[in-house]
Design a protein around this ligand. Structure first.
Ligand code: ZN
Length: 272
């Protein structure tokens, strides 16, 4: 899932929540337009086209689909994820999104994945929307490439955060994220990976979730920094194949997850 742009964190996964099946039938005034591309089927609230001043141009839809297709290609290249089934994406009028989903989360969301990518639209196509789409695509791709596999949230969100950051250039931590992780490390408040192993961070309060996302991102970033991006791809492919995160890590990195975690914490340990 993806928290809002004014929020430091992005991305969340919500497959445990039963979504209103009627959601797709109700735009702000009950209308969604449909359009598809090679790998995506997009439903968009027609009001977005109106409020963006681009009425009838369908420019917003085209931008969303182009972004998703580029996320698809990059996920194939960098993560080895290449879903073979079409992915449904629903872009809501912001007010409709807030009314429909606000109660499901403890922090403001920009999007989430629950069998379909659900996104809070806006007045214009923005860099935060690009990030959200790349982020949610990772959750969708895992779900389709490894159906029914419940991944630990640190793995799923960490990779989604890393991939999302890479959509706009650098995949490492933002200054805010790095500060959050450094402060938590200095105060001995870092979570252990096992504490971040629930299926979703969606039940966490805002402060806790912020650190959980940042730390998950930091762990993936650490692995890429030390072992390279190719190893991350190998690990993900092994997880999809064997459905075992820990054993796949051992095979790929030649070290137990607990050892990798200890090295990660060592790197963030305050200097004495
Ligand atoms: Zn997410």
């Amino acid at each position: 899932m993806s928290p809002r742009a004014d929020w430091a964190v992005a991305g969340l996964l919500l497959f445990l929540i039963a979504l209103p099946s009627k959601a797709i039938d109700r735009g702000a005034d009950g209308q969604f337009s449909k359009r598809d591309s090679s790998h995506f089927v997009l439903f968009q609230d027609v009001d977005i086209d109106r409020t963006s001043g681009l009425r009838g141009s369908r420019r917003f839809e085209q931008d969303v689909l182009e972004t998703l297709e580029s996320a698809y290609q990059r996920a194939d290249r960098q993560l080895g994820l290449r879903p073979q089934r079409d992915i449904t994406v629903i872009v809501y009028d912001p007010a409709v999104f807030d009314a429909q989903f606000a109660g499901l989360l403890k922090f403001p969301a920009a999007g989430f994945y629950g069998g379909q990518i659900q996104v809070r639209g806006g007045d214009q196509f923005s860099s935060s929307l690009i990030r959200v789409l790349h982020h949610e695509h990772v959750h969708a791709a895992f779900d389709l490439d490894a159906p029914g596999l419940t991944l630990p949230a640190w793995f799923n969100e960490g990779i989604a955060e890393w991939f999302e950051a890479g959509a706009l250039g650098r995949s490492d931590l933002s200054r805010g994220e790095a500060q959050l992780v450094a402060t938590a490390a200095a105060e001995g408040r870092l979570f252990s990976l096992s504490e971040l192993s629930m299926p979703t961070f969606g039940r966490m309060g805002p402060g806790t979730a912020r650190l959980a996302y940042a730390e998950s991102h930091a762990f993936i970033d650490y692995l890429v920094d030390v072992h390279g991006a190719q190893k991350l791809r190998e690990w993900i492919q092994a997880v999809v194949r064997t459905r075992d995160v820990a054993r796949s890590a051992r095979r790929t990195y030649r070290a137990d997850l607990s050892v990798l975690e200890a090295r990660f914490r060592e790197r963030w340990a305050p200097e004495r």
